[in-house]
Ligand binder design. Structure first.
Ligand SMILES: [Zn+2]
Ligand SMILES: [Zn+2]
Length: 316
């Protein structure tokens, strides 16, 4: 039996009469009490699924449960993934892997950047995260246990990567058009030599437009197929945040992913974008820039020159 996670119905047929009703947990039981109760009657669920169900039961309000979980997850993943890059910046050994050498951000620069990112998370992202659960439910996103299989999650996430990349390419390219650049995208380009924390250093409007690619892609998928679990969405967002931070890291290693997966964009792709302010507009893959001839950097410029020379020779 699948345990319905509409815990509003399952545990408390509650109607909310006041703000306090919404803001406070509806059960006085501890989280682990809920966990034990769920474990007693749902032996078919694995440990993670029981923890998930217990969380919703403990909070007793789906909107709040999803909201807190989403916000905390994003903060932990964002700053947790940025931390190794902050440490690496302070270790001289890694300097040789820096794409734009000598341009290691100072501690002060990193702190200033973190401050703006934090303000934006609390003022722009938090209210949006709160609206996420009702919207997800409206589109038919599953929040119940058991979880989907690993294969279902993997193929759906692969599709999201491809679709988000297309969205990112076109919106990012559009934001490099004069007025949009000046009024929106310029903030993100403050750092010509990027670092992990700078991934979400951007105007609130940009965060909303680009964020729509990350959140909207799975929502669209769900609206069409009616087959998406919120956990798949979480794993996708975690991987997408990893991708964004790593591509801003400023480091290129012999073991970087694009060496094994040549269509993967990675840090060397986005770093040139920050250095030259033009070209390399996509997020995860190189195919859009390659197809539409918007690749940036000296090698791409050389290829372009060669093509032009060849054309001129043919015309002569
Ligand atoms: Zn840009
Ligand atoms: Zn960037």
């Amino acid at each position: 039996m699948a345990l319905p996670l509409g815990m509003d119905n399952y545990f408390n047929n509650a109607t909310y009469n006041s703000i306090a009703d919404v803001m406070l947990p509806h059960t006085t039981n501890s989280y682990w009490y809920e966990f034990d109760e769920i474990s007693k009657y749902n032996v078919h669920l694995n440990y993670l699924e029981r923890m998930w169900a217990a969380w919703y039961a403990y909070i007793g309000n789906d909107v709040l449960a999803t909201g807190i979980m989403s916000f905390l997850m994003h903060e932990i993943v964002y700053f947790g993934r940025s931390l190794p890059w902050i440490i690496i910046d302070r270790i001289p050994y890694f300097n040789k892997y820096k794409i734009q050498d000598q341009k290691v951000p100072t501690a002060r620069e990193q702190w200033e950047c973190a401050k703006l990112v934090l303000i934006s998370h609390f003022t722009v992202e938090l209210p949006q995260i709160w609206g996420f659960h009702p919207m997800a439910q409206y589109c038919g996103l599953t929040t119940s246990v058991p979880f989907p299989s690993i294969w279902t999650m993997a193929y759906q996430i692969a599709i999201f990567f491809v679709l988000e990349d297309a969205w990112h390419y076109w919106t990012h390219r559009a934001m490099h058009w004069g007025p949009l650049y000046k009024n929106i995208h310029k903030i993100h380009h403050q750092y010509s030599a990027p670092f992990g924390l700078a991934a979400e250093y951007a105007s609130p409007i940009e965060v909303m437009i680009l964020g729509l690619g990350t959140v909207g892609t799975p929502i669209l998928w769900c609206a069409i197929t009616k087959d998406l679990h919120i956990l798949t969405m979480y794993v996708w967002i975690v991987l997408r945040v990893f991708q964004a931070i790593d591509s801003h890291s400023g480091y290129e290693f012999p073991w970087s992913l694009h060496h094994f997966l040549p269509v993967w964009a990675g840090a060397h792709h986005h770093d040139v974008h920050h250095e030259k302010f033009i070209g390399n507009y996509s997020s995860s893959f190189v195919w859009w820039d390659w197809l539409l001839d918007t690749e940036s950097g000296p090698e791409a410029a050389k290829r372009r020159r060669e093509r032009r020379a060849l054309k001129a020779k043919k015309a002569a």
